[in-house]
Ligand binder design. Structure first.
Ligand SMILES: Cc1cc2nc3c(=O)[nH]c(=O)nc-3n(C[C@H](O)[C@H](O)[C@H](O)COP(=O)(O)OP(=O)(O)OC[C@H]3O[C@@H](n4cnc5c(N)ncnc54)[C@H](O)[C@@H]3O)c2cc1C
Length: 381
């Protein structure tokens, strides 16, 4: 008999399923995709997530493939506005671990139960002591799946299955992104956020002498559909923002916009909602996947208690929900600040921005901001 059905085998659903199995719970993991997605998205795993996944051995596996980034710099062209020392924030994990999301997902898929692929959940109904799911399979058949507890971890596309009117902020900003091989350079272990007059350019180290570059592209313009145009525009942005030497290495580029969503409730009786389905923060904050992984790591032992003891640990579940909503709200606000700071600013408004960022990153405020950027407020049980 299945104790818990998890919908969605992305990083968040896979981690939850793995953790439930580790705690002796019988789990079914349903995934609509026939094969794992390969697109590149999250790259940074923060110290509180590494701490939360240490006991299961997942952290050790992630770190085998990851680069350890101990510091970040905010720049404006050639001027350094401030330094963020990740190595001073956590004694156990004094760095941000960077690796492509596909590698994180591969580690999680290895420890989680095999997903039943080609199974798309099309409706969810909470009914007394059970939750009913309608599932369409790729072979054209439809089945009903019923379980005592269901967790929806289907990413943002699954949100309409459970929420009708979650407030959503859509920002006008658009960005271009590429992961490129840059070879050796003196700042190989430094994450750089360049608040250039033409818009932000982020450049994060990745394993294998690579870097993730993200450039503000154009507000309120339609998405750039043509691959070659995206590459040209990213190359132009890199040249204009002081990274001419890496511009030629760009071979592909993706475009993305940003949204902010934070559902106020993550639970209705026996139905739970975690990860991007419940909250979405701008990738410019770099915390979306981390938030979801912390949702899953915190929820798994509570659901295991419920299954083994036969009664829901109500107080602990309410505290979990409150903590996770607070964390997502905080991440959303921080990402919003990043988005605004990263817009093009010229002349006096650029000077004002530089002064604000210098102030934010200087003691005593600096340590607090660094702590927030590295999700230090999520540290602890
Ligand atoms: C460009 C970009 C860069 C990013 N960078 C970062 C970063 O640096 N750091 C960070 O922390 N986050 C980052 N993020 C955010 C991160 O990618 C997401 O927060 C993360 O993927 C969310 O994981 P998830 O498992 O909740 O959802 P998803 O990764 O979307 O996985 C959901 C899974 O559920 C499946 N599914 C959906 N609907 C159904 C259904 N009805 N039935 C069955 N299965 C279903 C999907 O096929 C998918 O496999 C970035 C995002 C983008 C777009």
């Amino acid at each position: 008999m299945t104790d818990v059905v998890v919908v969605g085998a992305g990083p968040v659903g896979a981690l939850l399923a793995a953790e439930l199995v580790r705690h002796g719970v019988d789990v079914r993991l349903l995934e609509r995709r026939v094969t794992p997605g390969l697109g590149t998205r999250a790259i940074g795993v923060h110290a509180p997530v590494l701490a939360a996944l240490e006991e299961s051995g997942i952290t050790e596996r992630l770190l085998e493939n990851a680069l350890r980034v101990p510091r970040g710099e905010a720049r404006s062209g050639d001027h350094v506005l401030g330094i963020v020392r990740f190595d001073r924030l956590s004694a156990r994990f004094p760095f941000v671990a960077t690796l492509p999301q596909a590698d994180t997902e591969a580690v999680l898929a290895d420890v989680s139960p095999a997903a039943e692929r080609g199974a798309e959940v099309t409706s969810v109904r909470v009914r007394g002591t059970e939750v009913d799911l309608e599932v369409n399979r790729t072979d054209g058949t439809a089945v009903e799946v019923t379980a005592p507890i269901v967790v929806l971890a289907g990413g943002w596309t699954a949100r309409p299955l459970v929420y009708r009117d979650v407030p959503t902020t859509t920002y006008p900003d658009r960005y271009l992104m590429s992961d490129i091989v840059v070879g050796d350079r003196p700042d190989a272990d430094t994450a750089i956020v360049n608040l250039a007059p033409g818009g932000v350019l982020e450049s994060f180290p990745l394993p294998g002498s690579m870097r993730r570059v993200v450039a503000w592209d154009a507000a309120a313009e339609p998405a750039v559909d043509l691959a070659s145009v995206r590459v040209q525009r990213l190359q132009a942005a890199l040249r204009a923002r002081g990274e001419a030497s890496v511009a030629d290495a760009v071979e592909t580029a993706t475009a993305f916009g940003v949204r902010r969503v934070c559902a106020p409730r993550l639970r209705r009786g026996r139905l739970f909602v975690i990860g991007d389905t419940a909250h979405e923060v701008s990738p410019i904050g770099g915390q979306g996947m981390n938030l979801g992984l912390l949702d899953a790591a915190g929820l798994a032992p509570l659901l295991a208690r419920w299954v083994h003891e036969g009664t829901a640990p109500e107080a602990a579940l309410a505290a979990w929900e409150q903590r996770r909503v607070r964390s997502a709200t905080r991440a959303g606000r921080l990402a919003a600040v990043n988005t605004v700071l990263g817009r093009p600013r010229r002349g006096v408004t650029d000077l004002a921005r530089r002064a604000i960022v210098r102030g934010m990153l200087m003691p005593p405020l600096g340590r607090g901001f660094a702590w927030a950027y590295a999700m230090g407020l999520d540290a602890g049980p």
